[in-house]
Design a protein around this ligand. Sequence first.
Ligand code: NAD
Length: 248
Amino acid sequence: MLTSLKGKVAVVTGGSKGIGAAISKELAKNGVKVVVNYNSNKESAEEIVKQIEAEGGAAVAIGADVSYSEQAKRLIEETKEAFGQLDILVNNAGITRDRTFKKLGEEDWRKVIDVNLNSVYNTTSAALTYLLESEGGRVINISSIIGQAGGFGQTNYAAAKAGLLGFTKSLALELARTGVTVNSICPGFIETEMVMAMPENVREQVISKIPARRLGHSEEIARGVLYLCQDGAYITGQELSINGGLYM
Ligand code: NAD
């Protein structure tokens, strides 16, 4: 049974570029009012809002560094003020600070855990009351293939992304009876700034190992989010891998 998304309200953290921007646009195209959260790049967030409005959708840009609980709370409260409700929380904000473990300083460990994992506690705990009021609330955590398989030079990022998978299953268990579903999406290598920042020879090596022999597109992740929102009432606690067959 498809859930109509018309009039639902979503917050997409880190929604101003890359995968988050594609998710914001895909949800808006399907009738969702979207809060495009940004950390520092107000202009790109406002540009995404403009693009959504130009296609007849509704969106606002709200700045907040979601690794700080006070800012995450404000983001959720401002969402409620702007649109009156909150039905879908997409925890997409993320960063990498790749170093082999020998060279990994405490600051790079803590920052990556704060932005990729603690932020999800911050936003989800702030949003819970509103999600429970929604008919068919959704929490979607953007994890990573690295959280499933590990990654060289990525102990910090892998720990945070694997942490999201455990968080997802546990919260899904707790909320299953309420109709709020909690799922993770694990993208493989997607053509965004994060991946294009890799040295070209490393990127070529990565592509040669992907069974589908190409990087994924942000829109392919966005359609996974749409599926979980629209058709996912009986899907909870799951990891949706969208990776061209790279990890099975
Ligand atoms: P990106 O760098 O293009 O986008 C990340 C977004 O998060 C940016 O808009 C950034 O401003 C925002 N952000 C960072 N720190 C923030 C903070 N403290 N508060 C609020 N926003 C913050 O990267 P992307 O490739 O679009 O990645 C999106 C998500 O997908 C991330 O969680 C990333 O780990 C995950 N992911 C990406 C890939 C990939 O191949 N690109 C693969 C697996 C998982």
